[in-house]
Every structure is written in structure tokens, then in C-alpha cells.
Design a protein around this ligand. Structure first.
Ligand code: DON
Length: 304
């Protein structure tokens, strides 16, 4: 029997004292206020047993992790049409890369790079009556937690500096792959990225993808086929130009965000979330990736 709490403690104390903790994101100025020494780990098994260490209960900006939650809602509205508008191939490029979008006629490589997530945001803006409020309520519902909210300072900060996302949205619009106004879609996208959640809340939300589409309060939100697709996309595209490295070192579907969070999961077994705001040069949490590599190596649990 593996003592999961002991494994988590070992990883935590090993990495907490590491000197190189990476660099906190600064291109969204509000995120630069985070401390590179924050570090939390939270593990939740199917059935509910959980283990944690450090700052697992502190809410942080989930950023790109929200793209998976947005996709999981959009897929329930447009399961077929969605895949005409966004592809499912890894990009091998940074999350904000633009030139492929132009080469490929406005069809983003996948729903987890920024351009793809903006198309998903467009679908949600089309289908949700009060898009921001309804999406927040969906996240609250699957997490079983009504306290989750947007950080409006992060929204404003990203709006001021999100030139790359404005460029992506305008290109999408030029290629007729955006139905709603650029401003409206980006306002929604910046809000979804600015949701704040703790490691524990994220583990509860992503329970859906390890538990065959059923959330922690037992409501079925997704079919098995939809869950398969979302987990496959996390595995192949969840870490941008580091997706191969993450599969190679960690061996789990997962998603990172520039707020320093990483969620990874083993279907039918567990969800694990790390938060450490210092990023590597590819924009993924440096310590978080190391913690997850240690976890799957020590526990010998991965999809492979
Ligand atoms: O659009 C952006 O650039 C951010 N709101 C999200 C980027 C992000 O988290 C990339 N993930 N590692």
C-alpha cells in the first residue's frame, strides 16, 4: 500500500527548498504580484480520499486551466460543429502563437491554445444567456462551491495588455471563425481566465474528467465519449510546446496556467493539482512539473 500523504510530504519538502523556482508571469501585470515561494499540492482519489501539503487551500488565478472547463461546457452545445472550427492537433508552439492560425485559414490547432480557446469562448457567448454569470455558475456547480469568483483586477490587467489575444480574435474574425464581436468574446475569455480557485477546488472541478463525466455531487455532465476527447486533448495539447515533455516525464493528461497551477489526472483513479507561480521558459510551472514527475515516478501511476 502506498502512503500517499507521505509521498506528497516528501515531494513538498524536497521542492519547497529548491533554489530555482522559475519566474512569475509578468505579461499580465496583476499576476506579477504572486510570490514565487507559494507552493501547494492537493491529491483527490475517486471516492473522495484526499491528501495535501503547503498552500493547497489558497485561491489563485486559474488562467489557461479554465480552457478545459470552457471546452467541457461548449462540447455539450456543439459536439460536431465545434470540431469544424477548431482542430485537435498539438501545435508545437507557444500558447499565444499566431502564424499557424494564418497559415491554416483561421482554424486554430486545438482548443487549448489561446486562439482555439477564443473560438470556444465565442461558442459559449452564443449559447449562454448570461455568458459570464452562467459559466461561473457552471464552474461553481461542478466544484460544489459557491464561493468561486472572478478576480476583476486580473480581468482589467489582461484587457490592458492582451494585444496578442486581440490580434488572435481579429484574425479569427477576418477568417469568419468568430460569430460574436471581438470585444464581447474577449471580455468573456478574460473573465474565464481570471477565475480564482485553490488546488482543492480545481481537484473537485476536474473530478468530472476522472469520474467518467460525473461531478462530485453525482450529476452527469458529459458522455464517456466527450470525456475521452477532453482527456486526449489535455494529454496532447495541455502544455503547448511542452506537451511531449509532460507526457514523457509525468505521463498524465493535464493542463497548466500562467498563474502557476497544473491539474493532472489518471482516469478512474485520481486528480492531482499543484500550484507554484514560478514558470519555466515555456510558461508552465517549473516546480509543479517537477512535483508531478516525482509523484508518478514514486507511485508508479500514469496512463502508461
Ligand atoms: O490569454 C492568456 O494569455 C492568459 N489569459 C492565459 C495563458 C495561459 O495561462 C497559458 N498557460 N500556460
Amino acid at each position: 500500500m502506498i502512503d500517499f500523504q507521505e509521498v506528497i510530504n516528501e515531494i513538498y519538502s524536497d521542492l519547497k527548498t529548491t533554489k530555482d523556482k522559475g519566474t512569475v508571469a509578468s505579461y499580465i501585470p496583476e499576476l506579477e504580484k504572486q510570490s514565487a515561494s507559494s507552493f501547494g499540492i492537493y491529491l483527490k482519489h475517486l471516492g473522495g480520499k484526499d491528501y495535501h501539503a503547503g498552500d493547497w487551500d489558497v485561491a489563485f488565478s486559474i488562467q489557461s486551466i479554465s480552457k478545459v472547463l470552457a471546452l467541457s461546457k461548449a462540447i455539450t452545445f456543439e459536439n460536431k460543429n465545434l470540431w469544424q472550427r477548431v482542430d485537435v492537433e498539438p501545435s508545437g508552439n507557444p500558447f499565444n502563437h499566431l502564424s499557424l492560425l494564418e497559415q491554416e485559414n483561421g482554424i486554430p490547432r486545438n482548443p487549448l491554445i489561446n486562439a482555439g480557446a477564443i473560438v470556444i469562448a465565442d461558442i459559449l457567448v452564443t449559447h449562454l444567456k448570461n455568458p459570464k454569470e452562467d459559466f461561473l455558475n457552471y464552474v461553481r456547480e461542478i466544484t460544489g462551491d459557491q464561493t468561486i469568483d472572478f478576480n476583476l483586477k486580473v480581468v482589467a490587467s489582461e484587457k490592458r495588455t492582451g494585444f496578442n489575444n486581440y490580434a488572435a480574435a481579429n484574425l479569427l474574425k477576418a477568417y469568419n471563425n468568430l460569430d460574436n464581436d471581438v470585444e464581447e468574446v474577449l471580455d468573456f475569455y478574460f473573465h474565464q481566465c481570471a477565475i480564482e480557485m485553490s488546488c482543492k477546488q480545481l481537484a473537485n472541478a476536474f473530478y468530472l474528467f476522472t469520474h467518467r463525466g460525473e461531478c462530485i455531487n453525482k450529476t452527469k455532465h458529459l458522455t464517456l465519449n466527450q470525456v475521452k476527447r477532453i482527456n486526449a486533448i489535455m494529454l496532447t495539447c495541455g502544455f503547448y510546446d511542452e506537451a511531449g515533455e509532460f507526457a514523457f516525464e509525468v505521463g498524465l493528461p493535464g493542463k497548466s496556467g500562467v498563474g502557476g497551477g497544473i491539474v493532472a489526472l489518471l482516469p478512474n483513479d485520481f486528480v492531482i493539482v499543484t500550484w507554484a507561480p514560478g514558470l519555466n521558459e515555456k510558461g508552465n510551472s517549473l516546480i509543479g512539473m517537477q512535483a508531478l514527475e516525482q509523484f508518478t515516478t514514486k507511485t508508479k501511476r500514469s496512463i502508461f
